[in-house]
Write a protein that binds this ligand. Structure first.
Ligand code: SAM
Length: 488
């Protein structure tokens, strides 16, 4: 077939060269002599051959690509390059259990839109080839990347290697736990390397597997970026050092060694383990308490399908994600809705002192947008804002705590998914917060009210806004130092 408008259905997102090189270097480093020159390497969804191009000529490379135009362009990148279906097709010298290594950045998404590409009997043939589809009632909704994972396992020789770029959702979402368990029954997880921003719109990770029964003593190396977004080249260099064990620490990335058993009923995304490690580090020194123990009311704004809220003069203001600025609520542009209407249910009316959290989206939750409501009049929250009412915990302290590294890492650990980051009520309740004497919590609130709030109220002037942000960051920074040095 030629591309003919199928680019979207086929999920044609190509691997940038720096990432492709990292994929190959990572699997080769972990495999050592088991993946020496002459080894057979295949990519069953090869696109223009980006991953195979990184492998080099010392290996025997094979690519399969369903899009004839891409296959044509990829041909020069591999010893053999076939145009056809990598899931069901048969090709010369492509037999099950014969490849030393499978590389893939497969298409992600639902199988449904792709089904016509497999022909009229495609569904039956898929069901015959893929054990994962047995007993599946909702075949159209089944994630196609999981079929490519199964195909990759079929192609790999026993004890051979797989290096797969997969959506973070597969590694992090509770509803994909069964798939993770299935995979762990067939392969050992050797590494999971977060690939932040390697692809537009979707968070991915490189998963390196070895096709053999997991050994309890084999550790998986989970790697996540740290610090202020290193470039892909810097990050890749750090990852290489960590995987080759030539460094235990690098500035761009953090390594977490996790046993196969620990992965059994858990998430595999490195950010989750990063959050856990941060909590554990602090737990040795401070008493941590789940935020849920202080929550007396947790809700979000109304979700009204099929309509958008219209502005009503003198209506009830609604706080939406965009109204949560770094230093507090920006009440200048609040939309107002009809009092007691569908957009103003009593359950999500805010009270002074309520903590508000942007619960979704890279630009809001991804940036830890939080604020404490300080208004007096009635107000409500929009559907992407969580209202958290606390008892026995100063909401200002909670706000600042979740802006510290420990707070940010915990929220980032939960903000997962293929598309928009999200945090559930259960996850909010599970966030850990350090127990601090009430007087110290109150002192933080006083400092905010005296030093930040007066400037925040005049934030239309850019220089004043900058000063407010600087003072706000100073409060968070001091809290950070305090938490790092304090012992209980
Ligand atoms: C996410 S892209 C990655 C391409 C390439 N591996 C890379 O890393 O740049 C997935 C590729 O799989 C191809 N594809 C989708 N379904 C396929 C199938 N059933 N068989 C073979 N290739 C397929 C798409 O056309 C697309 O080129």
């Amino acid at each position: 077939m030629s591309n003919g408008g199928n680019a979207k259905i086929l999920a044609q997102h190509f691997t940038p060269p720096a990432v492709a090189q990292l994929v190959w270097d990572a699997v080769r480093t972990l495999a050592g002599t088991d993946l020496g020159a002459g080894a057979r390497v295949v990519d069953p969804a090869a696109g223009e051959g980006a991953l195979l191009a990184a492998v080099g000529r010392a290996y025997q490379t094979t690519g399969i690509e369903i899009d004839a135009g891409l296959a044509e362009r990829g041909r020069s990148q591999a010893d053999r390059f076939y145009t056809g279906d990598g899931l069901l097709g048969t090709f010369p010298e492509v037999a099950d259990e014969t490849f030393d290594c499978v590389l893939a950045n497969p298409p992600f998404g639902k199988l449904g839109p792709m089904l016509p590409l497999f022909g009229t009997d495609g569904r039956c043939r898929l069901a015959r080839r893929f054990g994962l589809l047995h007993g599946q009632k909702q075949v159209r909704a089944f994630p196609v990347e999981s079929l490519f994972v199964e195909r990759a396992l079929q192609l790999t020789r026993p004890a051979g290697w797989l290096a797969l770029i997969l959506p973070e959702g597969l590694l992090a979402n509770a509803r994909r736990q069964q798939m993770r368990g299935w995979l762990l029954g067939r392969a050992e997880v050797r590494a999971v390397v977060a690939l932040p921003e390697a692809f537009d719109k979707v968070q991915t990770a490189l998963v390196i597997l070895r096709r053999r029964k997991p050994r309890a003593r084999t550790k998986a190396r989970l790697i996540a970026p740290v610090g202020k977004r290193p470039s892909m080249e810097q990050y890749a260099q750090g990852v290489r050092l960590l995987l080759s064990a030539s460094a235990r620490r690098v500035p761009e990335a953090a390594l977490f060694s996790v046993g196969q058993c620990a992965l059994r009923a858990q998430r595999w995304d490195p950010r989750f383990w990063q959050g856990r490690a941060a909590v554990r580090r602090l737990a040795g020194r401070l008493r941590l308490i789940p935020l849920g123990e202080y929550i007396c009311h947790l809700t979000y704004g109304p979700i009204v399908t099929g309509s958008r809220p219209q502005h009503v003069e003198a209506g009830v203001p609604v706080i939406r994600q965009g109204n949560i600025a770094e230093t507090g609520l920006d009440e200048r542009t609040l939309l107002c809705v009809a009092p007691a209407g569908v957009y103003d249910p009593p359950r999500s009316r805010v009270r002074p002192g309520d903590l508000l959290l942007s619960r979704s989206g890279a630009g809001a939750l991804g940036r830890n947008r939080l604020a404490v409501y300080l208004g007096n009049g009635p107000a409500n929250v929009g559907c992407f804002v969580d209202l958290i009412r606390l008892e026995g915990l100063n909401p200002f302290y909670a706000w600042f705590f979740f802006k510290t590294q420990l707070g940010r890492e915990q929220i980032a650990a939960y903000a997962n998914g293929v598309g928009t980051p999200n945090i559930s009520f259960g996850e909010i309740r599970a966030l850990q917060i350090a127990a601090l004497p009430a007087a110290e919590q109150d002192a933080l609130e006083r400092r905010y009210r005296e030093q930040v709030w007066p400037l925040h109220c005049r934030r239309e002037r850019a220089d004043i806004r900058t000063a407010a942000e600087r003072r706000f960051r100073a409060i968070v920074g001091d809290l950070e130092i305090y938490l790092q040095t304090r012992r209980q």
